[in-house]
Design a protein around this ligand. Structure first.
Ligand code: NDP
Length: 418
């Protein structure tokens, strides 16, 4: 059915590519393009001669012109950006110039947060909106009109969270509620990789997110709190009791706009004490900084150096045991009656590893990336413009999640988070 250009070949992309190859009726041909071509070649070798035809190529996706040239030479029906959030705008620009559909798994974030031009816009946004995360949707939403006029679709954030969590919200609104009052997104990783400290996806992106102030949406405005200052304990199905902490998370921003009348949206993620102690210590000594320091005549960005020291998330697969449980708890009303409802997925690290050679964090992101691409390629979700997952009909996406490895479960009597 289609030909897809996939940019990036790390932990998440590797799962998405495995899944595309399992779904060869839709993904007839894929071109894997990344900064390090050797990784693309190694993956192609591992996947062997399946029914999906695979090509590999080198690209620096920070350079829009390189992406434009690549799109022109391989003429894909869709570009899947599974590189890093830093590349989002360059790849969107290239898609616009070549009039081809776009999708990604995380919203734009600049690599250099000291860039004065970006900083001026950022500081204004902090004042106007009331949250201080480095990432937000404004940069990509600014392309709405241009994508509409070009007749192409951009699907933003089709991973698990963002991504599936928003499909859960759209599904709850369509089938379970007349009005949703509150949404709590709970992201629990009950897995253990045996290291004192490692991150489950790109360390730089992960640590930037986790060390930032937390925030939530309440009664039409953002409430920002110091990092890790709101802690709750929750008993997760098939995982057990875990401590979880309130974080800022990108899907809150779009859900606050797209779920009519919602009064409060919060996001919680579980962390073990060892992770938090290490992170605090690294932060205290300046290792999470994104500002270059001069070391023996060379500029070094501390968090990038730290990335080089930490285990590659893609290597955690064989070591990680346990399960993830990610989902949304809703409260609101249906037919005049108060109700609560919980939609979630439980995913086993070792089962993921047996199937695609990756742990569950990459798996739970890579599968929805493939599913989102499938929605665009099969024409189910095509409408010109720039959209997040909850703006589309959730039913075909939810059905595909069940089929392709992330079946959802529901509870009508969930314990609510205080
Ligand atoms: P990795 O670091 O494992 O992989 C990133 C890949 O992008 C690597 O192959 C890297 O190449 C490539 N890359 C980086 N810069 C460039 C560039 N300039 N040009 C071309 N290729 C480039 O990251 P993950 O797989 O862990 O994460 C991928 C994305 O998924 C991120 O955007 C992350 O934020 C997102 N994510 C989303 C989640 C969700 O639920 N929505 C959850 C987890 C992650 P090289 O090999 O040379 O480094």
């Amino acid at each position: 059915m289609g030909r897809v250009l996939i940019i990036g070949c790390g932990g998440v992309a590797s799962v998405a590519i495995h899944k595309c190859c399992q779904n060869s009726e839709v993904f007839e041909e894929i071109i894997i393009a990344s900064r390090t071509k050797a990784k693309c070649d190694a993956l192609k070798e591992k996947l062997g001669d399946g029914r999906t035809k695979i090509e590999t190529v080198q690209v620096d996706a920070d350079q829009k012109e390189q992406v434009v040239a690549l799109i022109k030479s391989c003429r894909p029906d869709l570009v899947m950006n599974i590189a890093l959030p830093y590349q989002d705008l360059a790849i969107m620009e290239a898609c616009l110039e070549c009039r081809v559909n776009y999708m990604d798994t995380a919203n734009y974030e600049p690599e250099n947060t000291d860039d004065p031009e970006w900083r001026a816009v950022y500081e204004k946004r902090c004042r106007d909106e009331g949250f201080s995360a480095y990432f937000d949707y404004s940069w990509q939403w600014a392309y709405r009109k241009k994508f509409e006029e070009a007749g192409i679709t951009a699907l933003l954030g089709s991973g698990f969270d963002p991504g599936v969590t928003q499909a859960y919200c759209a599904y709850a609104l369509k089938h379970e509620f007349d009005e949703i009052d509150t949404i709590d997104i709970l992201d629990c990783n009950g897995g253990d990789h045996g290291y004192a400290f490692a991150t489950n996806f790109n360390p730089e992106i992960n640590l930037r997110e986790v060390s930032a102030p937390g925030s939530y949406w309440e009664n039409g405005r953002w409430v920002e709190v110091p990092p890790m200052s709101i802690k709750r304990e929750y008993e997760f199905a098939q995982v057990g009791k875990k401590d979880m902490y309130l974080l800022h998370h990108e899907e809150i921003e779009s859900l606050a706009k797209n779920i009519p009348g919602v009064k409060r949206i919060r996001f919680f993620m579980t962390f073990g004490q060892s992770y938090l102690d290490h992170m605090r210590c690294l932060e205290d000594v300046g290792m999470l900084s994104t500002t270059p320091v001069s070391f023996e005549g060379r500029d070094i960005v501390p968090i990038q150096f730290l990335k080089a020291l930490l285990p590659d998330p893609a290597s955690l697969g064989p070591r990680t045991k346990g399960k993830t449980n990610i989902g949304c708890i809703f409260t609101g009303r249906k037919d005049g009656r108060e109700k609560k409802y919980y939609l979630y997925n439980v995913c086993d690290h070792q089962e993921c590893y047996r199937e695609v050679g990756s742990q569950a964090i990459s798996y739970t992101t890579g599968v929805p990336a493939m599913v989102g691409a499938m929605m665009l390629l099969t024409g189910k979700w095509n409408k010109p413009g720039v959209y997040t997952v909850e703006e589309f009909d959730p039913d075909p996406y939810m059905e595909a999640l069940n089929k392709w490895g992330l079946p959802w479960q529901e509870s009508r009597e969930p314990v609510l988070v205080e």
